[in-house]
Design a protein. Structure first.
Lengths: 379, 379
């Protein structure tokens, strides 16, 4: 191909794909509808942040009470969805993200607002999905673990109830707060690959459930949401390596020599560090210190890995790196880390899908053709 | 927002999102891997075009025979998928594209290659999905119509078998050729919204079934694949309007006055007409003329609508416009037009997903923030 046809950037890096009032991501700051992420992590709850993202403004006391009531009212999932979970979750090839994708796709058929892109219908659907997704995840884990289904507990807030349904154990106030903050941190991040997927789907004026199913598929990938699982798996590998007499330095030297891609590091947008990583690392480490040396170990290994990456490659961790260690310390099974990411990001996805529908233009880029010149079929 | 932050193009119009050797779309030509669309429509079969797209080259006789054997071997779908069809297809809210999306998502759990992005595994999965999708569509329609399931007929080629399974009636040679050509025309179109969705999903290194499920969701939208159904619904509306004493001219004048969006016209890329529209219009009209005045009527109305659009708005029909009339004349239920589009486009999607995986870069654009300036949560 000719030099002029050369792509200026691949993967749309640095290219604006549209306007959005939902989130501002830049080197200096991360804002959800104007509120800085550290401010939200310190002062807001996930329910408040979900409302903020979906509706556009911070809720007042009445609005928040009504929103929480609506979330509580929709936590249960139909028996048919539990049947699908039983059929799929324990298949040898099943990935929890695939199971979640199938359940979300399936639930569309039973949603009375399924085909509507009216703003009020979409807000109802978004609220329902936000309420239902933790229950799908919890029930899926119950089935995988072979225990009885743990029904949602209306006395627990959104994040605490998620942790409870997965494990059957009521979390402490500190555990509830850590998972709540992790959901706040994961709730939104402008045109990341899964949100962008949702917007491309919504841009054809397709429906919200379909756009969310596509976003789940995108988030599954190890270059996106799957990174928190991959980061924890790497820490486990390092732990094994240490048990055999190696050091973190040795492991990293070998990884660099093998040009191995290390998950949980670097970010397409952030070049000077991810605002969210430090917040979760501090919470996770403080909790691990109370649990004891077996828990602190992961953060110690993690600190060494982060220092080596920064010193030798000038690459900062992203939020997925401390997330892996923190969820592990909370006792969450590794394959559910990305589904929990969905339980948070559903709010950001829905906000973007609604924004796309309310001011729509089809998203349809061009391709640069690099294939064969014209030729005849019957040559 | 400031003037400098103004978007140069919205919806990524005119923006290159990457390189591809699959298809060349420009004002003058439409090539699948170098072969011009009219040449393929005249000289190739859908099976040959599917192989061309998936593998990259025209098959020789042995390659084609093996590929057809492989398609034949995978036409049956598991009983569990038929159960899902029975549970969903007749729900009052169910859209056939949603049902198809759920089935494709569900089938992933039972595909032995599901989690692999190895090229050979992806080719096997692509071939299986190409074989299975017509069966899902056919069985779905059987269930909707309340008739017994029509099993695939191994004596029929891919397109003819699709029509047979949907209707229970063996198509004539002409009917088989029309549906075959329509599948060829629909098989591929570079970075259209659904294919681009599949590539964004694949770009996180997520799997093929998830990328296809997302692409199905995107194709459903009335601004994309749903246009063939919307075009036919408009023709029916005009027919009703005529029955009440109106004319096509009156209808169009009113539609223009109401600034109504007319489906099946215009195209993001083609400004001087869609190469595919004329091919299908000619085949459909010739067939309708043999069927008689009740069939020709639609093409007569369609011709008038096309002439008015061109004379008064300088907008050409796209392939969805003649497709609607042609599928209607073939006796295909309108809600299945877009699923049939999937039965063709699965080959293009799969070719792009494989191409993305084989030379991957995460697709992650930027957003231009238009929301509130930074503010304090507890102000």
């Amino acid at each position: 191909m000719s030099a002029t046809a050369e792509l200026k950037s691949s993967g749309l890096e640095g290219v604006s794909a549209g306007k959005s009032a939902v989130c501002c991501v830049d080197q200096g700051t991360l804002l959800y509808r104007g509120y800085e992420i550290a401010d939200l992590a310190k002062n807001a709850t996930f329910e408040e942040v979900a409302y903020l993202l979906l509706v556009g403004e911070k809720p007042n006391a009445t609005q928040l009470a009504n929103f929480k009531k609506s979330l509580l009212a929709h936590r249960e999932i139909p028996d048919d969805v539990v049947d699908i979970l039983r059929q799929t979750a324990t298949q040898p090839n099943a990935h929890p993200m695939d199971v979640l994708r199938t359940c979300i796709s399936y639930m569309a058929h039973f949603d009375p607002d399924c085909q509507s892109i009216d703003p009020e219908a979409e807000l109802r659907k978004s609220t329902r999905l936000t309420a239902q997704i933790p229950t799908i995840i919890g029930h899926m884990q119950n089935i995988i673990d072979g225990r009885d289904i743990v029904k949602p507990d209306p006395s627990l807030d959104h994040a605490a109830n998620l942790l409870y349904m997965m494990t059957g154990r009521k979390p402490s106030a500190e555990e509830a707060r850590i998972i709540d903050v992790s959901l706040i941190l994961y709730a939104e991040h402008d045109f990341n690959a899964s949100t962008f997927t949702g917007r491309v789907i919504a841009g054809t004026l397709s429906d919200l459930h379909g756009a969310v199913a596509g976003a789940v598929a995108a988030l599954k990938g190890p270059l996106h949401g799957g990174a928190n699982e991959a980061a924890m798996e790497m820490l486990k590998e390092i732990d094994q390596f240490i048990a055999k007499g190696g050091t973190v330095d040795d492991f990293m030297t070998r990884a660099f020599a093998e040009k191995r891609k290390l998950m949980g590091f670097g970010h397409r947008v952030y070049k000077n560090g991810d605002h969210r990583a430090g917040i979760l690392n501090a919470l996770g480490r403080a909790y691990a210190e109370k649990k004891g040396p077996d828990a602190v170990k992961w953060f110690d290994i993690g600190d060494k890995v982060q220092k080596i990456m920064l010193d030798q490659k000038n690459i900062f961790p992203n939020v997925d790196f401390p997330c892996g260690m923190t969820y592990f310390t909370l006792g969450i099974p590794v394959p559910q880390y990305t589904p929990i990411f969905v339980a948070a990001r559903i709010t950001g996805w829905a906000a973007h899908i609604m924004e796309q529908h309310q001011n729509n233009r089809l998203i349809r880029p061009l391709a640069e053709y690099t294939g064969p010149a014209q030729r005849k079929w019957n040559a």
